[in-house]
Ligand binder design. Structure first.
Ligand code: DC
Length: 216
């Protein structure tokens, strides 16, 4: 039986897990799924239909309609959509529908890198590798500010920091599948690490697991 390889990456917003996931998927030739986009797609559908974010049955319908092959990052990456996504992500039925799609994706050969909040704990508890990528709230806010400024925008550092604090609280404090490191996750703090260094550190962890497996 061919083994389907899974790399689970979790962590708070802005820790750099998206970039890391992309680099790892390229390097190990695996499929890639940013599961945040699935929650964003549900939130976006509600916003488009001018429906309140606490309309659970509309959110469930939107979740069923999410097509993993048609997630439009350009449309879904808006800040307001991310905020709304963390609100619809509290509903257990919405999560159940999306988690099922995410698991199907993970099972497709040759395997995948999935990044989100509950990949190592809920979506793929048997993942071959689990990484928990984090960075201090200040560093994450600084990175977000630099990102906004790099595309000609302006923003206030204090406001971004407060925003990040609220999002962390919602993602880590919810009753259903809160963000937390899986017991067997490797922690990667990128506060003082550039993306290249984080990639090299992750690669060292993964290659070590692969080498031990080859010997076994
Ligand atoms: O990673 P992101 O910013 O695109 O995620 C948007 C929101 O979606 C996040 O605040 C919480 C939710 N989310 C989740 O609950 N579980 C996941 N696996 C991924 C995202």
């Amino acid at each position: 039986m061919t083994h389907v390889f899974t790399i689970a990456i979790d962590g708070p917003a802005g820790a750099g897990k998206g970039t890391l996931a992309r680099r790892l998927a390229d390097h190990y030739r695996l499929n890639l799924l940013d599961t945040g986009l699935t929650y964003r797609a549900v939130a976006y559908a509600l916003i488009q239909h001018a429906l309140p974010l606490d309309n659970v049955s509309a959110a469930e319908t939107a979740a069923r309609q999410v097509n993993l092959a048609k997630l439009d990052r350009a449309v879904l990456s808006a800040h307001a959509v991310g905020e709304a996504a963390s609100k619809v992500a509290v509903y257990p039925t919405v999560r159940r529908i999306l988690v099922e799609k995410q698991r199907d994706f993970a099972k497709t050969p040759p395997g995948a890198v999935l990044d989100g909040r509950d990949i190592g704990t809920v979506v793929c508890p048997d993942a071959d590798i689990k990484l928990y990528v984090t960075a201090s709230a200040e560093v994450r806010a600084q990175r977000r500010l630099a990102e906004i400024e790099s595309i000609g925008g302006t923003a206030d550092f204090t406001e971004i920091l407060a925003d990040i604090g609220r999002r962390d609280e919602r993602d880590m404090g919810r009753a259903n599948s809160p963000l937390k490191p899986a017991a067997d996750a490797h922690l990667l703090d990128t506060s003082e690490m550039a993306i290249e260094a984080a990639f090299l550190a992750a690669m060292a962890i993964i290659d070590d697991v692969l080498a031990k497996r080859d010997k076994a």
